[in-house]
Design a protein around this ligand. Structure first.
Ligand code: HEC
Ligand code: HEC
Length: 443
């Protein structure tokens, strides 16, 4: 390469160099522009995320709130033990049965006597009253379709088999199964046969005496024992089907959204004004106690605010009575129940009944344990606990505050207790009932 060529080469590179320098500075400017845009966007997003919600809820708290929201409630889980559970005709038939007072020994008691739609499907009593007085308080039937276990002690494993209990309880409806299937024969033949096929003829009083059932009452059990096995089976089947229809109705009853739910929706939508409109600052502070210092979510979780498990809360026994053994007795009863998931009147395959296979009779924690129940509409359903031992929500909160269970103790200030009670009151809502068409309607 000659000097000239070299020079020209250098010139060229210089020229190119100039070019390069120009495009470099351009892309640097672009880069700075883009970077500031990114920074702006990030700042914007964080301001947006933090600002409207205020500093009060962290992301993980928002996740907790959302998990309690009624809007997150899925439809009830399938009940393979009940083939008609989602049939609208069963819903309508079940509704008739639920409110029919003729389904009681003295014609005065229906399911609604103790599960009154106007009282959130409870009765406001410590001990429910039918034809006699029961030994426990009536929980609501709303939302129970989500549980594997029914009653405070879980002595039933389906909503349909649960319904058969009160019908034959001497203090609730007071009748025997032969008495009820005869009423179906006389009053409900059409509805019954549409759903379940041909109804046997129960009119023969000799074959089907009114008071026959395998109950503690000696006359009833003797009358039952005197029947043929075939007749007993056909009575049992119709009796079980009554429960299946009632269950289809109860399954459709829902909690509407409470002010608490409106609040969570507002939090999720970053709508500060709607948050303020939904809960007062005191209720909002109570919500913080509920998910935090109160440790309530250990057991009251999910949109129905229950884990449906069994715990001994050391609730005081009823005066003059032995402690209620709760689950320790219920676990035996459900295993032996002829109407359980594995029984011949269940529509389930054995592999659908894993909850029964998994029962642990030696679990020391089942002694005196009761099932966690929903606390939605709790302000409407005093008194509280399985025998209505606690009269007010203040007493309930105080009970938890002095409860000395390792790992579960809490130590709330007076202010926090009042806030927690205020929050519990914000959980009230309308009850949504199924209407004739099987759709839902508000009450
Ligand atoms: C005399 C009042 C009374 C009548 C009548 C009555 N119940 Fe109940 N119900 C109760 C009581 C009390 C409990 C709790 C009993 C227990 O756990 O031992 C209960 C529990 C229940 C539960 C369980 C709820 C849960 O959380 O586990 C359901 C469901 C239910 N009843 C439905 C019915 C149906 C259906 C009928 C009509 C066939 C009916 N009840 C009739 C008082 C009554
Ligand atoms: C270890 C589990 C557990 C924890 C923690 C817990 N609960 Fe409960 N809750 C239950 C059980 C079980 C019952 C029913 C007990 C009974 O009747 O004997 C119940 C019952 C209730 C009832 C009465 C329901 C009714 O219909 O009678 C209210 C109200 C309640 N809890 C609120 C709370 C609050 C508020 C907290 C937090 C301070 C809390 N619970 C913490 C398990 C728990």
């Amino acid at each position: 390469m000659t000097e000239r060529e070299k020079a020209s080469q250098t010139e060229k590179s210089a020229e190119q160099g100039v070019d390069t320098t120009d495009s470099k500075s351009l892309s640097r400017r672009l880069l700075i522009g883009a970077a500031s845009l990114v920074v702006l966007v990030i700042v914007g997003i964080s301001v947006y995320a933090v600002w409207p919600r205020g500093p009060q809820w962290t992301d993980s708290e928002v996740t907790l709130l959302r998990s309690l929201w009624i809007g997150e409630l899925a439809p009830p889980p399938a009940d393979p033990s009940n083939a008609v559970v989602d049939d609208p005709r069963a819903v309508a038939f079940g509704e008739e049965l639920f409110f029919d007072e003729s389904l009681s020994v003295d014609g005065s008691v229906s399911c609604a006597t103790c599960h009154d739609p106007d009282q959130s499907f409870t009765d406001g009593l410590a001990f429910s009253e039918g034809v006699g007085v029961t030994g426990r308080s009536a929980p609501t039937v709303i939302g129970t379709a989500y549980s594997d276990w029914f009653f405070w002690d879980g002595r039933k494993d389906s909503m349909w088999s649960q319904a058969l209990g009160p019908l034959e309880s001497p203090v609730e409806h007071g009748g025997a199964r032969t008495f009820y299937v005869r009423i179906i024969d006389q009053e409900y033949r059409v509805q019954y046969e549409e759903l379940f096929g041909e109804l046997p003829d129960f009119s023969d009083q000799e074959r089907f005496p009114d008071n026959a059932a395998p109950l503690e009452d000696p006359a009833s059990s003797a009358a039952w024992a005197a029947m043929t096995e075939e007749d007993r089976d056909s009575v049992n089947r119709v009796f079980a089907n009554m429960g299946k229809a009632i269950s289809a109705y109860q399954r459709q009853i829902e909690f509407g959204p409470s002010r608490f739910d409106q609040y969570v929706e507002a939090v999720v939508n970053n709508d500060n004004a709607a948050m303020r409109a939904a809960l007062t600052p005191e209720e909002e502070a109570g919500l913080r106690v509920f998910i935090g210092d109160g440790k309530c979510m250990t057991c009251h979780l999910g949109p129905l605010m229950t884990d449906n498990r069994f715990y001994n809360l050391d609730v005081p026994s009823v005066e003059g009575q032995d402690p209620d053994r709760g689950r320790a007795v219920g676990i035996q009863q459900v295993a032996e129940d002829e109407f359980n998931c594995l029984g011949r009147y269940s529509d389930a395959a054995p592999e659908d009944c894993e909850h029964l296979e998994a029962l642990d009779f030696d679990d020391p924690d089942i002694e005196n344990a009761m099932r966690t129940v929903t606390i939605r509409n709790i302000a409407e359903t005093a008194p509280y606990m399985h025998a209505g031992q606690l009269q007010t929500l203040e007493e309930v909160v105080e009970h938890y505050n002095v409860w000395e269970e390792p790992g579960r103790e809490i130590d709330l200030t007076e202010e926090q207790k009042a806030q927690l009670v205020a929050f519990l009151r914000s959980l009230s809502s309308e009850v949504i009932l199924p209407d004739e068409s099987g759709e839902t309607a508000s009450r």
